[in-house]
Design a protein around this ligand. Structure first.
Ligand code: ADP
Length: 679
């Protein structure tokens, strides 16, 4: 490190200042900032003999405070000098001229040590200066305020805090103006309370501070691997993103948005990114927000006005360089009379304008360009323009094998540690983990699994502490004993072939699921009845299926007009759950044909696909979730639209190996694979 004369001179100067300042600031002899301590640790410089032995009660009596102190200038000079900006060969005389105060320069000059201090000594003094600078500032403030005859402690307190905004001129000017107004108002007035609240927010916010961004990608990769098993593609994408941000710090990259059911690691991934990039982590829950002001702040004219969620989060975390997680961005309500929160969020996320983000409450531009935003969502139902700013990254359900792997690598060690258990004291057999997953959890992610493991460890600790045992190896019997009767009712495939009942596959925001559809042809007048809490789109699918049925029936030897005196009844069990979407088209048609022809549908088959009036099968969404659900339920053959064949690349190998996945183009193919052939 380059160390100039001026740097050393200033370092010395600050040390001289800090000794009496610390003495003044400390009230008791055992205070960590006592002057004795300072003497002991600042052995590189001779201690000023003028420093009083007793703590001064009046700083004015201390010679160092009898002239105006320009601490800020000294610190600034010190920093510049440290950065090597000051020419090495500048004379001491010239340096002295630059110093804020001649007297200080003389003190410094007279007592400058003969030999240069060692690196360690300098570092030690630097540390001390850092820790004492607040106390010194406090004293300077006291000095200045007393000189100005402003002794109201509230005003003085604000004045002192506002000085820290000096490097952000617009914020400093505004805060100073507000403080001037406050001085004029009676303390008890509501206006004074408003201003105090405003100044509190101003001073709480981290202004103009920019932390160093130096992301070590190898380390980042290690952190991601340490926290999460699997998810290789996602981790790769995150590392790419960090690399690009490192190269182009001022770019306008898309905001990563992790989309997936609960418990699959969206939040913890974001936390790991924060750790990997050395940022503080803060989460804003967007679920149910329908008011723009919750994002952009409430005007000061409102009662209970306050800044919006973005600035509040930044103030809470105390850094303007945090990672802000915008949680459940899909739950943001956009239709409202009180402004569009999605539009406000768009502004927040746009790097080209977010360096001047204006919160309604603060009414000042605030620089958000250093903030890293990441979003999460359970579904793709995200407001159009907002979706445009996001890069959606899929985190879908885990298979049993993936859950076992996560449990073994991450959850079990974590839970054991949390409960103070060693692996010798408590361990889990694979069969115990599998039994727990299948019988006590029915989730896409692993959150409940973590809870179950926690519950078992809690009981194990209690038993060990009570002296009832020394260690435990969990097997399925022990799991049953510790967790009680199984809670989860796993969605299982049909146990027998059924006439008029087909197993469809549905996507929900909490993962995929089997969606059986029943059909019955009953005497009537050609009506269509749809029950089981079906949405409009599903009801339309039933009507479309009837048209397909009419031209398909003759292929099965049934006259088309035979439906004229019959009603078609389509029902989806679990009527309490609302179902909608077009992807049940093939399922409804298969059930109807089965009901008409009396040919049963195979219990081993599940299907998904939209259908048009010509019987062509069209692409659907959420294939991965649906296939994992089918596999978990024990289905051995899944029929999917041919157009979705490309998505098979993302399906876990385990699912593809154990289940026959057949891409189909037409309803005839569906029926060929689904209806049970007579021998
Ligand atoms: P989400 O935000 O998707 O609802 P979380 O990030 O809160 O889920 O994760 C829930 C729990 O599951 C956390 O304890 C997390 O560590 C764990 N978890 C989820 N996925 C993984 C994974 N792939 N590896 C390790 N732990 C995981």
């Amino acid at each position: 490190m380059r160390r100039t004369k001026k740097y050393l001179q200033h370092l010395f100067l600050i040390t001289m200042l800090m000794v009496p300042a610390a003495a003044y600031a400390s009230d008791s002899s055992d205070d960590e900032f006592s002057s004795e301590d300072c003497r002991a640790t600042t052995n590189m410089v001779p201690v000023d003999e003028t420093v009083p032995d007793e703590t001064p009660t009046d700083f004015k009596k201390n010679p160092l405070f009898e002239f105006p102190l320009e601490f800020d200038v000294i610190v600034e000079d010190l920093t510049t000098a440290r950065n090597g900006d000051i020419e090495e060969n500048k004379s001491v005389e010239e340096d002295k001229k630059d110093l804020p105060n001649n007297q200080l320069a003389i003190i410094a000059d007279n007592q400058l040590p003969e030999s240069l201090p060692s690196k360690e000594e300098i570092r030690e003094v630097e540390e001390k200066i850092k820790s004492l600078s607040d106390d010194i500032e406090k004293l300077i403030m006291l000095a200045n305020n007393t000189v100005n005859n402003n002794t109201d402690p509230v005003i003085m307190g604000y004045w002192w805090k506002i000085q820290k905004l000096k490097n952000v001129p617009h914020a400093y000017a505004r805060a100073t103006r507000e403080l001037e107004d406050l001085k004029q108002l009676p303390k008890q007035s509501s206006e004074a309370a408003d201003i105090r609240k405003y100044l509190d927010w101003m001073c709480r916010l981290p202004w103009g501070q920019k932390d160093d961004v130096n992301v070590d990608l190898v380390k980042a990769s290690q952190i991601l691997d340490r926290e999460h098993s699997g998810l290789d593609k996602i981790k790769e994408r995150i590392i790419e993103e960090l690399a690009v941000r490192k190269r182009v710090p001022n770019g306008n990259p898309p905001i990563l948005c992790f989309v997936g059911p609960p418990g699959v690691g969206k939040t913890t991934l974001a936390m790991a990114i924060a750790e990997a990039t050395g940022r503080k982590f803060v989460r804003i829950s967007l679920g149910g927000i329908r008011d723009e002001a919750k994002i952009r702040g409430f005007l000061r004219t409102y009662i209970a006005s306050r800044p919006g969620g973005i600035l509040k989060a930044i103030a809470d975390v105390g850094s303007n360089y945090p990672l802000v997680l915008l949680d459940e961005i899909d739950k943001l309500q956009s239709e409202s009379n009180s402004g569009d929160p999605a539009a406000a969020l768009l502004e927040v996320l746009d790097r080209s304008q977010n360096d001047k983000f204006v919160d309604h409450y603060l009414d000042l531009p605030y620089d958000l360009s250093n903030v890293m935003f990441i979003a999460t969502a359970n579904s793709y139902n995200i407001a159009g323009p907002l979706q445009d700013r996001l890069e959606l990254i899929d985190l879908s359900s885990y298979t049993l094998k993936e859950k076992m792997n996560i449990a073994r690598t991450n959850l079990v060690p974590k839970v054991l540690k949390e409960h103070g258990l060693t692996s010798e004291e408590a361990s889990f057999l694979d069969s115990a983990l599998e039994f727990t997953i299948s019988n006590y959890t029915s989730e896409a992610g692993v959150r409940d699994l973590g809870r179950c493991l926690g519950k078992m460890c809690r009981k194990a600790v209690a038993n060990i502490e009570k002296g009832g045992m020394e260690s435990i190896i969990f097997d399925p019997d022990k799991v049953r004993e510790y967790l009680g009767k199984p809670k989860a009712r796993p969605t299982a495939a049909f146990t027998k072939h059924k006439v008029g009942a087909t197993q469809g596959l549905a996507w929900t925001s909490v993962g995929g699921t089997l969606l059986p559809i029943e059909a019955k042809i009953v005497a009537g007048s050609g009506q269509i009845i749809a029950t089981g809490n079906l949405g409009d789109v599903m009801k339309e699918s039933v009507t479309a299926a009837k048209v397909v049925l009419k031209w398909l029936m003759p292929e099965y030897g049934i006259k088309a007009d035979s439906l004229n005196d019959k009603d078609i009844h389509v029902h989806a069990p679990e009527a309490a759950v609302k179902k909608d979407g077009p992807s049940a088209g093939v399922t409804i048609t298969t059930s109807l044909i089965s009901a008409l022809t009396n040919i049963p549908v195979s219990k081993n088959v599940a299907m998904t696909g939209e259908i048009n009036l010509n019987g062509e099968v069209m692409a659907i969404g959420g294939l991965k979730e649906k296939l994992i659900a089918a596999y978990t339920a024990g289905i051995t053959r899944a029929l999917i639209p041919k157009d979705n064949e490309v998505d098979l690349e993302d399906i876990p190998a385990e699912v593809k190996q154990r289940m026959e996945i057949i891409p189909v183009e037409h309803i005839r193919e569906v029926l060929k694979h689904a209806l049970v052939k007579e021998d």
